[in-house]
Design a protein around this ligand. Structure first.
Ligand code: GUN
Length: 283
């Protein structure tokens, strides 16, 4: 039976560390500030945004909330981002995705100053990660690396398989595992013989977005299984991309849903905001 990796506990530790650092910055007269922009009222986005604001409050950051109507034009949104880019008192800018169809997510993300891009989505930060330069790293994959490290799971030399190739999770996850000297394979919807490849993994990251897709046949005995998915399943219960019950029998470590990767995303957002404020201090 696998050991459960407690994302709630590890994220709480990280938030405590951030809180301490934020208090130190406050003594120097710096209040770490995150601007959170939501366009429209997608219920899932409202929950995520609410949690981000709560986390800011908890660690002692200031959050500026911009709740814009669904009809907001792209130009209006870009103007707001331009204003926030220019404000010395704002360390991080986060535009909650998805955006309404009439707004280009790509244009919006690229409009955020790379120095305030605490989501790590800007092409400059994605490029920095790829070539091994310092920059903001997408919060979910960064959180997964922290989960592994703080659980004492080594990555160096391990067979790592990522299922999913999104810009937010799959691609940066692969880059981070490679940076830690893992041997990395990225699988996706066109991959042939998926189970054959995933069954080689010492570390398997499931970020494909299909409820309970990864069953025991995809998993090697003793593998570490990280579940990025979150879905509302039968009788309204949350589940991930991994079929927890069957995989937990075979894996050595597994993340639960909820309480695994999810809380780490927000903790790493706090880490990125702190990093931004410290960078600003150095000028
Ligand atoms: N929508 C779903 N996940 C995310 C995230 O990590 N950041 C932003 N900005 N939007 C999201």
């Amino acid at each position: 039976m696998a050991e459960i990796i407690d994302g709630k506990k590890i994220s709480a530790q990280i938030k405590e560390e951030v809180k301490e650092e934020a208090a130190k910055l406050k003594k120097d007269g710096i209040t770490v500030t995150l601007a959170v922009i939501q366009v429209g009222q997608d219920p899932a986005s409202s929950v995520y945004v609410g949690n981000k604001k709560k986390a800011c409050e908890y660690v002692g950051f200031r959050s500026l909330a911009y709740e814009l109507p669904q009809e907001t034009s792209q130009e209006e949104l870009l103007n707001l981002i331009g204003d926030l880019n220019g404000r010395a008192d704002v360390n991080g800018i986060l535009v909650q995705l998805p955006l309404p169809g009439h707004i280009s997510e790509e244009k919006v993300i690229q409009a955020i100053s790379p120095d305030k891009d605490v989501d790590g989505f800007h092409v400059q930060n994605a490029g920095r990660l790829t070539v091994g330069m310092e920059g903001f790293v997408s919060c979910t994959p960064a959180g997964i690396i922290e989960l592994l490290k703080r659980t004492g799971i080594g990555i160096c030399g391990k067979e790592c398989v990522v299922i999913g190739r999104s810009n937010i999770v799959g691609k940066p996850m692969a880059a981070l595992l490679l940076r830690e000297n893992g041997t990395v394979t990225v699988c996706h919807s066109r991959t042939k013989n998926l189970a054959e490849i995933t069954a080689r993994a010492d570390i398997l990251v499931a970020a494909l977005g299909k409820p309970k897709f990864v069953t025991a046949k995809y998993v090697k005995e003793g593998a570490v299984v990280i579940d990025v998915g979150i879905h509302r399943g039968e009788n309204n219960k949350l589940c991930g991309d991994v079929d927890f019950d069957s995989v937990a029998e075979k894996a050595s470590y597994i993340t639960p849903v909820p309480g695994g990767v999810g809380p780490m995303t927000i903790a790493m957002l706090m880490v990125n905001c702190l990093q931004s404020a410290k960078m600003g201090k150095k000028g």
